[in-house]
Design a protein around this ligand. Structure first.
Ligand code: AMP
Length: 394
């Protein structure tokens, strides 16, 4: 079966076409700058990358070009060859606890969650509608970033704030990167031949979150109502004292939205280093003797180590720690430092294996006598979306 995995943003649309159940990636690509001028798309097929500059007035144009490319490159013979489309949907609120077949009712329930993700959810809907128009007979499935975390207990997902905020407005911890954490959990269980693992999953990329999973149930996760809290990230602050917000509003005569923008886009590694949100630039800065880069690196590692220690307690002793995403899969220096910072737990890194486990490699990077084994597990949210779609339409 050919299943298309789609991630629609406000001005972009990423896709990967898989052959399932073989899990074979046939073609992938990204449409960028949709509706904002100078638009283009890139396609990866048979190891080659093609770039085309085209006018993408809206998402329907991206879908049109996408279908043309699939047919012209003989990836499919006709639209009938597309068996299903899976969409990444960001915020499913409390309504969606797992992936679902998209119907009008699903769309209208998802629309009710727009308040919770005003930038992401409308873009996801635009993506779904563009495909529905072009391929009205192809089943579409919604895969939510928040769904996996819906298994958290109330004691974990509630904030210590007036209970009415939860009742009236749905103020609670939702968590994100759920599709990635679920993929990692599934993969590590398959690799180790177990289905009852207690895992601390560290998804460390430009956006980062940790998740404590016990036998497939999420005990807790570090992001919240929004993707802002938790560990320090590329441009996001992670956890802060909320009192900082009105304090800076007054000091800098800024609106709440402006301060939130600072916390989302100008904080984290970028805010501390003053140079970049990218770990590779931070490492270069450290080599050049830049102290703010060294500070940013250390802050990032400490925040993550603190969460791992707390989640180990939450799990009453984890069976495995996993690292994934851009930093988790490639940042050997970050992994080394994080593990050094949790040495009180008895976790020990195999420095040689850690150095060479990069660029999409799966491996154990801890020593044989480490109290908790540590693995690098490359994530694949696109494949998880396609696998859910395959399961649901079957
Ligand atoms: P992601 O959001 O998962 O695509 O991750 C992107 C981030 O991964 C970048 O912003 C970098 O900070 C980080 N990254 C990518 N390659 C490396 C590397 N070789 N060493 C350290 N960090 C890396």
């Amino acid at each position: 079966m050919k299943i298309l995995s789609v991630n629609a943003g406000s001005s972009s649309l990423k896709f990967t076409l898989f052959e399932l159940p073989e899990k074979k990636e046939l073609i992938s690509g990204t449409f960028e700058k949709i509706g904002i001028g100078n638009s283009f798309y890139t396609i990866k097929l048979n190891g080659e990358k093609i770039k085309r500059e085209v006018d993408l007035k809206d998402h329907s144009f991206a879908v049109k070009y996408l279908i043309e490319e699939l047919i012209n490159n003989k990836v499919i013979d006709s639209l009938d060859d597309l068996d299903g489309i899976g969409h990444r949907m960001v915020h499913g609120g409390s309504k969606f606890t797992k992936s679902v077949l998209i119907t009008d009712e699903v769309i209208s329930e998802f629309e009710k969650c727009i308040d919770l993700a005003p930038l992401h959810n409308p873009a996801n809907i635009i993506g779904v509608n563009a495909f529905r128009e072009a391929l009205p007979d192809t089943p579409e499935v919604a895969v939510f970033d928040t769904a996996f975390h819906q298994s958290m207990d109330k004691e974990e997902f509630l904030y210590g704030v007036p209970y009415e905020w939860y009742e009236k407005y749905g103020v609670r911890r939702y968590g994100f990167h759920g599709t990635s954490h679920r993929y990692i959990y599934k993969t590590i269980c398959e690799k180790l031949g177990r289905d009852d693992l207690k895992v601390i999953s560290c998804h460390l990329g430009n956006g980062s979150s940790l998740c404590a999973i016990d036998s497939g149930k999420v005990l807790t996760t570090s992001m919240g109502l929004t993707p802002l809290p938790g560990v320090m990230m590329g441009t996001r602050s992670g956890d802060i004292d909320p009192g900082i917000i009105p304090f800076i509003m007054k000091k800098e005569n800024k609106s709440c939205d402006e301060v939130l923008n600072d916390l989302n886009k100008k904080s984290g590694l970028l805010g501390i280093s003053g140079i970049s949100s990218d770990c590779r630039d931070i490492e270069e800065g450290i080599e050049d003797g830049n102290e703010r880069c060294a500070l940013a690196f250390e802050m990032l590692c400490r925040r993550i180590a603190d969460y791992i220690a707390a989640y180990n307690n939450k799990l009453n002793g984890a069976d495995v720690i996993t690292f994934t995403a851009g930093i988790g899969e490639n940042g050997d220096l970050q992994r080394e430092r994080i593990i050094e910072l949790i040495k009180s737990l008895g976790v020990k890194i195999d420095s040689e294996k850690n150095k060479i486990t990069i660029r999409g490699a799966f491996d154990k990077i801890s020593t044989e006598d480490s109290s908790i084994p540590v693995y690098v597990v490359p994530t694949n949210e696109e494949l998880m979306i396609a696998m859910d779609t395959y399961d649901i339409i079957n």
